[in-house]
Write a protein that binds this ligand. Structure first.
Ligand code: SAM
Length: 224
């Protein structure tokens, strides 16, 4: 889908509009997101989430790490009905929100689990075609959360802001150690004008069993 088609889907899809209403209502009770204006929700949550859609192979099994209030996982699940999605978040109220939204909207290809990424790596190791993540951690940390979950040949899609290139440079060793190779940074502009980047990392070699490390080490002591 090209940019205009994605903008149209983000702003006109009936289920996304219902989702926006549900998000605004539940946000008053649970404080799920700081983005609450209609135009901002469409641009900074919906369109931004959909930016990764063209990188999902047909029928992919996708895991989203740190899904929060459902981004990018819910917009992607609505656009890419051929794929199946698992959202992961360590905050229970957010997981409950995602599952309630999916039930309300009749989204049957998405389910969220309450867990830390490091723990999901044990049960779901090397079982996903794609792992997405937006606004969760620096790229080295993220690579340690995401790469163990990917099958060989699978793809990690990291949604990043303006510092993508610097983060990628810093994550050079981490990617090497974890079996990943960056295949590119893809810049795009939100309808509201801000620049964003997708960092795409392909898994080329098996991730050593010792990763991810426990004790919150991926975040406290990222691989350098
Ligand atoms: N991806 C969403 C978005 O872009 O709106 C949420 C971003 S929010 C800033 C980061 C989310 O990551 C939080 O909901 C937090 O609970 C979750 N998170 C942080 N570390 C995590 C971990 N190790 N495992 C699972 N979830 C994690």
């Amino acid at each position: 889908m090209d940019r205009l088609q994605l903008i149209k889907f983000a702003s006109e899809n009936e289920k996304l509009q219902q989702f926006a209403r549900f998000l605004k209502r539940e946000n008053l009770k649970y404080n799920l997101t700081a983005i609450t204006g209609e135009e901002e929700i469409v641009s900074k949550h919906f369109y931004d989430s959909l930016a990764g859609a063209n990188f999902l192979p047909q029928g992919a099994n996708v895991c989203d790490i740190g899904s929060g209030a459902g981004f990018p996982v819910i917009p992607l699940a609505l656009l890419r009905e051929d794929c199946s999605f698992t959202g992961v978040d360590s905050t229970e109220k957010k997981v409950n929100f995602i599952n309630a939204a999916c039930a309300m909207l009749g989204i049957s290809n998405c389910y969220a689990v309450h867990a830390r990424a490091e723990d999901v790596c044990r049960s779901g190791r090397e079982s996903f075609d794609v792992v997405t993540s937006r606004a969760v951690a620096g790229l080295s940390t993220l690579a340690e959360y995401c790469l163990p979950l990917l099958k060989a040949g699978g793809v990690m899609i990291a949604y990043k802001g303006s510092q993508a290139e610097e983060e990628l440079e810093e994550a050079h060793t981490a990617l090497q150690v974890l079996g990943g190779v960056s295949t590119g940074i893809y810049p795009y502009t939100l309808p509201t004008g801000e620049m964003r980047n997708l960092v795409i990392v392909e898994k080329r070699a098996s991730t050593p069993e010792k990763y991810p490390r426990g004790g919150n080490k991926p975040r406290l002591k990222p691989i350098k």
